[in-house]
Design a protein around this ligand. Structure first.
Ligand SMILES: [Zn+2]
Ligand SMILES: [Zn+2]
Length: 214
């Protein structure tokens, strides 16, 4: 397989590897069982990136849980763009849950009863949360059954080969859409590509808001 680049081509290879390994996409509505793949997306920076990944997953018969923020400085879930994003994610067959900033947790009917804390501290990350599943509480978080791509770095290696050979009994796989969707050889370049894209999107929003841009 490829050099494990953080791009959409290798993301598609990861999905194919999971397919070859016989994994079943699972939601956080039951405790992990053999063969489950809990595909989790924390959407920190861009709804456009989340939708791009969601459409790609649909093409590969993959479903994920998208954790969206109500307190992001990078996007507004209460805007028409945010409402449309939730509708499209649900329409594509994905689950939508809350990516909350501790200790604020105000769930409403936009979200399934699951929470993932944003940038959590060690003193509460694994603690159960009343009335919902915390994705990092046991047994959903179990050492050896978890991989994360944070900042374009797999602490324990890219999981494509182990997915392909069904080496995990089950797995929670955390993927941040922005770092795969936008091209760039480093995290810094990828973020700058994202900002260039956002600039174009914002110019369009300005025009739609009847701002004179001439
Ligand atoms: Zn890989
Ligand atoms: Zn986050």
């Amino acid at each position: 397989m490829s050099d494990c680049a953080f791009d959409l081509a290798h993301y598609a290879e990861l999905l194919e590897a999971a397919h070859t390994g016989g994994y079943r996409y699972a939601r956080f509505d039951h405790e992990p069982q053999s063969g489950d793949l809990f595909l989790r997306h924390d959407v920190d920076l861009s709804l456009s990136a989340a939708l791009r990944l969601a459409r790609l997953e649909r093409e590969h018969d993959a479903t994920a849980t998208y954790f969206l923020m109500t307190e992001s400085v990078f996007y507004n879930l209460a805007s028409f763009e945010g409402r449309d994003a939730i509708d499209e994610l649900r329409g594509l067959g994905h689950a939508v849950a809350l990516h909350a900033v501790h200790p604020n947790f105000f769930r409403d009917d936009r979200f399934d009863p699951v929470v993932a804390w944003h940038n959590p501290d060690p003193d509460y990350v694994f603690e159960p949360v009343e009335g919902v599943v915390n994705v990092m509480q046991a047994p959903w978080f179990t050492n050896g059954q978890y991989r994360s791509d944070s900042n374009q770095h797999w602490r324990e290696g890219c999981p494509h080969e182990q997915l392909r050979t069904a080496a995990f009994d089950w797995l929670q796989l955390l993927v941040h859409p922005e770092i795969w969707v936008y091209p760039g050889g480093t995290m810094g370049q990828t973020m700058r590509t994202m900002l260039d894209t956002k600039r174009d999107e914002w110019l369009e929003h300005l025009a739609n808001d009847r701002i004179e841009l001439a």
